[in-house]
Design a protein around this ligand. Sequence first.
Ligand code: SF4
Length: 380
Amino acid sequence: MSLATIEPALPAIAMRAIERAGLTDIAHKVLQGERLTMADGQRLYQTADLAAVGALANFVREKRHGDLTYFNRNQHINATNVCEATCIFCSFSRLKTGDPNAYTMTLKQAVHRIEQLRDSFVTEVHIVNGLNPDLPFSYYTDLLRAIKTERPDLHIKGFTAVEIFYYSGKYGMTYEEVLVALMDAGLDSLPGGGAEIFHPRARRKLCHDKVDADGWIEIHRVAHGLGMRTNATMLFGSIETIDERLDHMLRLRSLQDETGGFQTFIPLKFHADNNALRNLREATGFDCLRTLAISRLMLDNFPHIKAYWPMLGVDLAQMSLSFGVNDLDGTVREERIYHMAGADTPQGLTRPQLIALIERSGRIPVERDTLYHVAAEASQ
Ligand code: SF4
């Protein structure tokens, strides 16, 4: 493959890096819009030339979105951290009601969080909870109804596939029945959490007692069939192999081919504090940028790649906007799950801070709602 073929689309410096890395054939595929294979993904991970991989991911990012970079104003609520699962990477959960630092919000407490935001222009609440054996299913539907009563305009993105699977087993309902009941009560979309790593070898070690890959995928398939949009995550940098990361991406790509219901892929960097994997070294910045870039290249049917700054770190998230990423999540008020695992990022960024991060990286900030409708081209 001659470099002259791809010359017009990429700057000379990127072409030299791609050639030096031996990735000219992959570059040609990317520029032609051809799908990459598992073997291509392996080669992208094997090269030490991050600039070459980044240039290709940036090409795809700019082809899809130009300089536009999305964010929203969102609030997290984790209504309970009591969870009977035992994921070894988790720093958030407590096994039983009454354990030190275990909590379950009353509906009044949860709604109070929303009331406090009445004047803050938050457009989305993100609800994720532990698998609490002491609560009736009506706790969740009442929670949704109470939030919608307080703020009918708020988009509720809530309940991972792990929770849907748990409710299905515990309350004797099909996935569809659980989802329909939650939608009737006000649920608008599903977050992408709980995917972790799909491959059974790593998943058995990380989280043997929650939904497996097929179950996670089936729940998103059902949600897409009901007209819901969902996201997908991947927890990387713990005990998984590179092939297991690629396997994870390919399983998601396959469901997206079938349903088209995913909006965003969110690679989440593993944090080691306060959990059973505290002796592991966390992923380097190099590995984080490489993984975000390769995600952009492998997931050719996902509209958006998101850098979740509370886990990645603000500086790396900003840098990632040149490595395939086009979404910085949002203001993320009151994030608990990753801060309990040692994330040292701030508790929430303001809208001007997010806008400044995006503008200083040479991109155009766009405030969006959860479904990527543009709220405003933002300026400080
Ligand atoms: S990751 Fe989720 S399911 Fe696993 S222990 Fe933590 S709260 Fe429970």
